[in-house]
Structures are given as C-alpha cells and as structure tokens.
Design a protein around this ligand. Structure first.
Ligand code: GLA
Length: 653
C-alpha cells in the first residue's frame, strides 16, 4: 500500500497529442491517481442522450497503460448549457429571486427532478462503460456538491422544502411549535403556506432558516446517494466518494450527516494565503476530516501546489511550504495527497491557479518541489492504514455553526469557529493531539472534552457530555454554548441551560463588549468581545473580571462534577491567556503531550497498534528540538533530536 499522489486531470482542455507527454511526466512525478472527467459532461453528452465516450476511453487506456489509477468522476458536477436551454426551471435561484445562469459551473437546483434524471442517466452510462476498466480505482460523484448552489430558493425547492417539513413535523401544529410562529403573527394554517426563507422584511424566522439549511444539505446528500446507489449496483466493489469542503469559510453542508454514506472520506483544502498562520486552519480541518472518517484514514482530494486564483491576493507558496502542508495532512490521517490540478489551464477563470505542471513548464520551482514531495511521500508509505489515538475530543457541529451565526444575536463578534480554532491552536502548540468530532461521538475514551461555542445542543449530546464528566473526564466549555435546543429555542432558567448543572453556574444576563473594548481578569488574563453576569452554583471562581462592565464577577470557573471536572471560560480570552488556561486544564486532566511542543511546531502521531510514527512539522524559522528516538523516514536517517527551520520529520519509534 502506498500514499496516493496525483490530482485532477482535465485533458479535454488540451490537444490530444499532449497526453503522451502528460503520462510521461506523471510517471516522472510518481503520480499514481488521477481524477478524470469532473467537468466533462458537455463533451461526454453533447446532445441529450447522445454520448461520446471515445475520447475518454483513450484517456483511461493511456493512464492505465502507464500505471496511473483513475478516480473517475461521474461528470455530473456541471450540466451542459443545453440542459438549461431546454429546461430553464433547472437553474438555481437566490433568496431575492435572482436566477443564476449558465456560464459558471454547477448551475442547477439541487431539488430539480430534471437535473436528477439527467445526472443519473449519465452516471449509469459512465458506470456501465467503465465499471470493468482496469485503471478504475475510485468513483467521484459530482464535485464539491453544493459549492455554488448549496441553497436554492426556486419554486421547485419551495415545494420540496414543504415535503421535507411535512415528513419532519407530521402536522403543521408541530411546525408552528418548532418555529415559534406565535411570534410576529407567523402561524401557518397548512404546509402549503410555508416558503423557503426568501428575502423578507425585517429579520427571518431563525428556525425556518435552520430547517432550510438542514433541508438543503439533505437534498444535496440525496443527489449523492442516488448516484452512489447506481454506482454500487453497476460497479460493485469500487469505492465511491465525493470531495467535501471542510474549511473555515464554507458551512453549507452538514457533513456529519453525510459521512456515514461515504465509502471513503475525501476533502479539498486550500490554505488562506492572507493568514501568515494559515497552517493552523489546515491542521484543524484535517483533524475535522479525520473525525468525519471515524478516526480512520481519508484522502486529500485537492490542494494547490502554490497560489490559487480565487482569493483576493493569490500569494505563492514559499519554498518548503508545499512539503509542510502535505505532511500536515498525512500526519492527521490522509493516505493520499492529490491536487487541483495536473496542468495549469490556458483558458477559463482558473487559468492563474497553480498546478503540478505550471504554465512555465517543468524547469520550475513548483515542478521540482512536486517531484521531491512525491519522493518524500514514497518514504512514508508504511504509515498507510494507521490511525490516530488522542486523549482530547473537541466538539464541532455544523448545525451549531449555522445557528450560532444567525442574525439578531447579542454580538456580531461571536463567530462560531473562533473558539474551536483558538483551543485547537493552544493544544497543538503544547504538542497535544486533538480529535475534532461531532457531539454525538462516543466520548468514553477521552480525558478532555472541549465544548467551544456549542450554541445549539441536543438534550442527548448535553447528557453525553455530562455523563463523560461524571465518569471522570474533564470538560472545558466556552461561552455561548448550550444556549438553545435543536429548534433554536432558548433553554430557560439561566444560561447556559444545557450545561448549568455540569458547570455549577447560572448566568443571568449577557454583557457583550463594545467593538475594540479590552478587559482584564484578576489572574492577569486579557479578553474582549464577551462577558456574562455569572453566579456560582457549586463551581469555584478561578478568575474574576478586574474591570469592564462586571468587575468582581467570575470569568473562569471550575466545578467538580461526579468523578470529573468541568471548566467554563465565560469571556473571549486572548490567545496567550487561553494558552495558559488550556495548559492548566490539560495538565490537570492528565493529558500528556506526544512530545513537548511550542508555537508553530506541530507534533502528532499515527499508530498501527505495533508501530508509532511521530510527525513533526516546523513552521518556524528556528530549529525545533524534539526529543524522541527513532528513524526519520523523511531523511531516511536516525532522528538527531532537531528538525530544521521550515522542515519536517516522520519518526518511526
Ligand atoms: C475546487 C474545485 C476545483 C477547482 C478548485 C480551485 O476545489 O473542486 O474544481 O475549482 O476549487 O481551487
């Protein structure tokens, strides 16, 4: 078994003669997996029902002959212009009624039966044609489902939404209760009166918005499942995936509901170039992807060799950054490193996106780094199939993310991912591995459970967290957690309703801070954004506010609960202060680092039960001292205790 290496291959954008050179270069670069056909629908089916597979046959044959496996797209990602020309009702519509026209990609309504019918026909034709092809390794449904058409508000979507609501609530009285429609005269007499949350006067019903997101995620998932079932039927034994977008700027789909339907979890991740510490988001998202994969290996379906084309300033990667990014993904469970895309496009809106083969050809830094990366990954092949065992679970939930960032909340400065990222960074800098998992995950093996900004939580998840602490775990809860139930109704009796008993506190009122206002705590910590009028109800105050609107009120609390301990941070501690709190909580919880870490040095581990591999990624410009003994697979030499600036090590222990 080996770490897969390769990327999206779009030979249809080039003269066919170039393919011979493509496969020669793929062999030179050690490419063993190419994603083919993602945006080929218009070429494969130039007219409805008339297929032209000949060119794709030759591509697959050529790749197969060269030993390059194929991740074959069903080609349903982007319908050809003829579909909307004949069936304009297939086009997606925004909340304010604007139709999104062909000319970009993914111009279809997820609830469109016309799209579904045409997509399934193509999917079946692809499966019938290529099920037995020797190069076929993996099926790739659509592409980044919901990337541009996650939420469609057209009449077809409205009808499907009503059907979905009727199935969820049974009768409209239940919907009225769940949506709190006694407010603002919103009571519905029947499901027929219900609309998607189109542009409204004032502010829209929050539960309507939440349910519309749930519905929309389910609609895209249903499209995936429909194609997957065709592939399973016609092409049994070949795994089926679709590339997720687990990243900090996309929250459209509830991937926790999707994960169970996948044969293999795959993800696309692009570093935010404007963020000098963009590697931190990568680390978080890779851990989250592993969580979706149930702790097992997954595939990085796309990253970039250097700059992308869609950020405001598309900064090129520094020498060595590509290696570090790639090893970060492997360290956190990826068993394959693929890219968008093989050859940089000459035309189209992505022509300035980097690729394995740049516009300038192979006498380039990027190409040399690609080849070098591939050789390095070859030396890591023995980690394939291994897993990660961590003491810390950090809970994330797309539905809590959606609800937390709805309008009309106490402060626009409370954003969902802020605390998960901050705590993850604190733990990472300590050299502590973290599993980023859904609240429904079995928490029994964890010493520390982090509950950051889990604004909406179900009774069941709250009870499981409580039970884990009673049984001896430590919890660290941050503000604006446990506030509402799954209908986004406030849990009464004092905040945070779901975690009052767990934390031994009762919050009377929120006191958000003004923009830019900074406060300090009795222990010297600094904070901003948020404070709460908090009363102790069994907990002890570990720090109080020294200033701000609530001097003397507890800001950090600790509560012994059953066999365990529950901590609460009621304010937005600055990173330095949060680092200190996390160090204290983790130490007290008996969570030990893999090896002592420091800011900018990632230390993580994979194991197959017999062997352990310690991954070190040094993002800093000084040596990282990492005192573990073993063989460094990257240098193929004994690890000498240091990893150079910008360097990586994978130490077999
Ligand atoms: C996404 C898509 C690719 C390409 C890249 C560019 O990940 O899946 O087709 O558009 O973005 O970064």
């Amino acid at each position: 078994m080996s770490i897969s290496f390769g990327g999206d291959y779009n030979p249809e954008q080039w003269p066919e003669e170039l393919q011979a050179e493509d496969v020669r270069l793929m062999n030179e670069a050690g490419v063993d997996l190419a994603t083919v056909g993602v945006f080929s629908w218009a070429l494969l089916e130039p007219e409805p029902g008339a297929y032209d597979f000949a060119w794709l046959d030759r591509v697959l044959d050529r790749l197969g002959a060269a030993g390059v496996g194929v991740d074959l797209a069903t080609a349903t990602a982007s319908p050809p212009p003829w579909l909307a020309h004949r069936h304009p009702e297939v086009l997606p519509v925004t909340a304010d009624g604007t139709t999104l026209w062909p000319g970009g990609r993914q111009a279809f309504c997820p609830s469109s039966p016309v799209y579904r019918e045409h997509a399934l026909r193509l999917c079946r034709a692809m499966a019938e044609r290529y099920a037995g092809h020797p190069a076929l390794r993996l099926w790739h449904v659509g592409n980044e489902l919901g990337c541009h058409n996650a939420l469609c508000y057209c009449d077809m979507s409205a009808a499907a939404f009503r059907t979905w609501l009727a199935a969820r609530y049974g009768d409209v009285t239940e919907l009225n209760r769940a949506w709190g429609t006694a407010f603002w005269s919103q009571r519905y007499g029947s499901f027929d009166e219900v609309q998607p949350p189109r542009t409204v006067t004032a502010t829209a019903n929050p539960t309507q918005q939440l349910d519309f997101r749930r519905f929309s995620s389910d609609e895209h998932l249903a499209n995936f499942v429909a194609e997957r079932d065709v592939l399973h039927e016609v092409s049994p034994g070949v795994p089926v995936t679709t590339n997720f977008m687990v990243t900090s700027h996309i929250k459209e789909l509830d991937y926790h509901r999707w994960a169970a339907e996948m044969d293999l979890i795959s993800n696309d991740f692009y570093v935010t170039a404007a963020d000098p510490e963009g590697y931190r988001e990568l680390a978080f998202c890779a851990d989250q992807t592993r969580g979706l994969a149930g702790g097992g290996p997954w595939l990085l379906m796309e990253q970039s060799t250097s700059a992308v084309n869609w950020q405001p300033r598309n900064v090129a990667k520094q020498p060595g950054e590509l290696l570090r990014n790639s090893v970060q993904h492997v360290a956190r469970g990826a068993d394959g490193i693929l890219f968008f895309q093989w050859r940089a496009s000459q035309a189209g809106s992505e022509k300035f996106h980097s690729a394995l083969v740049p516009h300038a050809g192979t006498d380039t830094r990027v190409w040399r780094e690609v080849v070098e990366l591939s050789r390095t990954l070859d030396r890591l092949d023995e980690v394939v199939g291994s897993r990660t065992v961590n003491d810390v679970a950090l809970l994330v939930d797309y539905q809590a993310w959606w609800a937390c960032e709805l309008d009309s909340h106490p402060s626009v400065d409370v954003t969902y991912l802020d605390r998960p990222h901050a705590v993850h960074a604190a733990l990472t800098d300590l050299g502590i591995g973290v599993d980023v998992v859904h609240p429904d995950t079995d928490l029994s093996g964890y010493r520390l459970v982090v509950v950051p900004t889990l604004y909406t939580v179900t009774d069941a998840a709250a009870a499981a967290i409580d039970a884990a602490v009673r049984a001896g775990a430590t919890a660290l809860v941050t503000y604006f957690s446990g506030i509402t139930d799954e209908h986004d109704h406030v849990r009464l009796g004092g905040y945070p309703g779901a975690f009052r008993d767990l934390l031994g506190i009762r919050v009377e009122e929120f006191y958000p801070l003004r923009s830019g206002e900074r406060i300090s705590l009795s222990d010297g910590s600094g904070a901003d954004v948020w404070t709460e009028l908090l009363h102790l109800d069994g907990a002890t105050a570990e720090a109080t506010y020294a200033d701000g609107p609530l001097p003397g009120v507890p800001a950090i609390t600790r509560h012994e609960h059953g066999e365990g301990v529950a901590w609460y941070a009621a304010t937005r501690l600055d990173q330095h202060s949060l680092d200190a709190l996390v160090r204290r909580v983790a130490t007290e919880a008996g969570v030990r680092p893999i090896a002592p870490g420091r800011a900018g040095v990632e230390i993580t581990e994979r194991t197959d039960g017999q062997r352990r591999w310690t991954f070190v990624v040094n993002h800093t410009d000084t040596d990282a001292e990492v005192d573990v003994a073993g063989h460094d697979l990257v240098r193929d030499a004994a690890h000498d205790g240091r990893v150079p600036p910008g360097g990586v090590a994978v130490i077999r222990r």
